[in-house]
Design a protein around this ligand. Structure first.
Ligand code: ZN
Length: 442
């Protein structure tokens, strides 16, 4: 960590800096503890265990806690209850509430690991100390950083104005409906209760993330007629019809999307346009198990389905995104004999963008400058995260993502978080709390 270049701030900066430096071991221990609770989603395991852990930790630091189960949310059941925690610590006088929201779930481990995915190994092999494990960067490191930042800030400024909230929420990786969406529907993110939200997702310690692109997910099905595979002319192949759909996408949709640029500062650069992934394709006989020695029977497939994952820009209305795909399919109805299709929307998320002059964005950017000596970079995320619910359901616009960790490591094997990066982020978060909740000190 570099020291503040501002001589007026120096004494305050040094006090906070020293306290945070003394908390390095606590930060490491907390991050490792969180990684060791395997909160895999799916199916949504151990949400109760991690909330109990956070409950003990935050209660000991003077927070009032509430455990909220998202009853009836997708996936919530007695075996896999969707537990969330909201912890609040009020200051000595009136003021705004700053809320740090972290999701507690992690994605599947996958193959290719050399470390124990839930071991939380601390390794320094010459690149600086790193903590390894699923969720290290996405986003248990960020959650730990926000807790240490709040504790250090409170210790230095016990008479702060307003309140600090820290939440640990379920299911972000599967849409957040059993987590932030559930809480937002119950008023936890209303502008009357919360004024500033920081989501410590791993966007790198020197970047402020203002929002994300939108997403539209749909299933397209084509139909044919089953017949013997030796006489395909007696049937109608649904997979060939789907081939025509994919060709039309290649010829018309992909070039059109590539030509559409956005003013959103999306990173990486390749996502600064509309994109679409073909998520899956299924047609004909069901796949046989890997160990099956059976040969396929010979049939013309009478149905074929794809799932599309269309990411769109703040400049594109959702209706236009839908109409564009439907227009291509309707075009095939007119030009291709016997072409029939079904289009079913699975889900959609609208883009979300906070203004870069919003108070929380400006404050965190200034703190980044103090800590790193460089201007913060404003970015937007290619994929969605829980900001969508805070924006649409909570009606709270003053929300950003800011946290340690390298975005590209999320969901990868041997995921890790750098301890020095976490320490810098703790300082940025603590300085942001000073600016928002103890402004007379600056
Ligand atoms: Zn995440």
């Amino acid at each position: 960590m570099k020291h503040s270049p501002d001589p007026i701030l120096d004494p305050l900066y040094d006090r906070l800096h020293d306290r945070i430096a003394d908390s390095r071991d606590a930060l490491i221990a907390l991050t490792r503890d969180l990684i060791r609770i395997p909160t895999l989603n799916p199916p949504g395991e151990n949400y109760g265990a991690i909330c109990d852990y956070l409950d003990r930790r935050l209660t000991a630091s003077g927070f009032q806690t509430q455990l909220v189960r998202a009853e009836g949310a997708p996936g919530d059941c007695d075996r896999y209850p969707r537990w969330n925690i909201v912890a609040r610590r009020d200051g000595g006088r009136a003021g705004p509430c700053v809320h740090f929201n972290s999701h507690t779930d992690v994605v599947d481990v996958g193959l290719g690991w050399t470390q124990d995915a839930f071991g939380g190994a601390l390794i320094d092999d010459g690149h600086g100390a790193r903590i390894y494990g699923r969720g290290a960067c996405d986003m248990k490191g960020g959650l730990a950083a926000s807790i240490i930042a709040a504790e250090c800030f409170i210790a230095e400024f016990p008479d702060f104005a307003g309140a600090i909230e820290i939440s640990g929420t379920a299911d972000e990786e599967s849409g957040g409906y059993g987590g932030v969406a559930y809480l937002a529907e119950r008023g936890y993110f209303s502008p009357e209760r919360v004024q500033h939200v920081i989501i410590p997702e791993p966007l790198n310690k020197d970047r402020v993330c203002l929002g994300h692109r939108g997403g539209w997910w749909a299933e397209i099905e084509t139909f044919g007629e089953i017949a013997h595979g030796s006489m395909p002319f007696l049937g109608d192949c649904a997979i060939r019809h789907m081939g025509a759909v994919l060709n039309a996408f290649e010829d018309r949709l992909f070039p059109a999307m590539a030509a559409r640029r956005t003013d959103m500062p999306v990173v990486p650069e390749g996502a600064r346009q509309s994109t679409m992934n073909i998520n899956s394709i299924h047609g004909g006989q069901a796949e046989t198990p890997h160990d099956s020695t059976a040969l396929p029977s010979h049939c013309v497939p009478d149905r074929c389905r794809i799932v599309i994952d269309r990411r769109f820009l703040v400049e594109e209305p959702l209706d236009q995104v839908r109409d564009e795909v439907r227009g291509i399919l309707d075009g095939l109805v007119h030009t291709r004999p016997n072409f029939e299709y079904d289009l079913r929307e699975l889900n959609h998320v609208l883009p979300s963008m906070t203004d870069r002059d919003a108070p929380v964005a400006r404050t965190v950017a200034a703190a980044i400058r103090q800590v790193t000596g460089k201007d913060a970079e404003f970015v937007a995320s290619p994929g969605t995260y829980d900001q969508k619910h805070i924006d649409r359901i909570g009606k709270l616009k003053n929300c950003i993502a800011y946290g340690p960790g390298i975005l590209e490591l999320a969901h990868k094997p041997d995921e890790w978080i750098g301890v020095d990066d976490m320490m810098d982020s703790v300082m940025v978060m603590a300085l942001s709390l000073v600016a928002l909740l103890a402004p007379e000190q600056t």
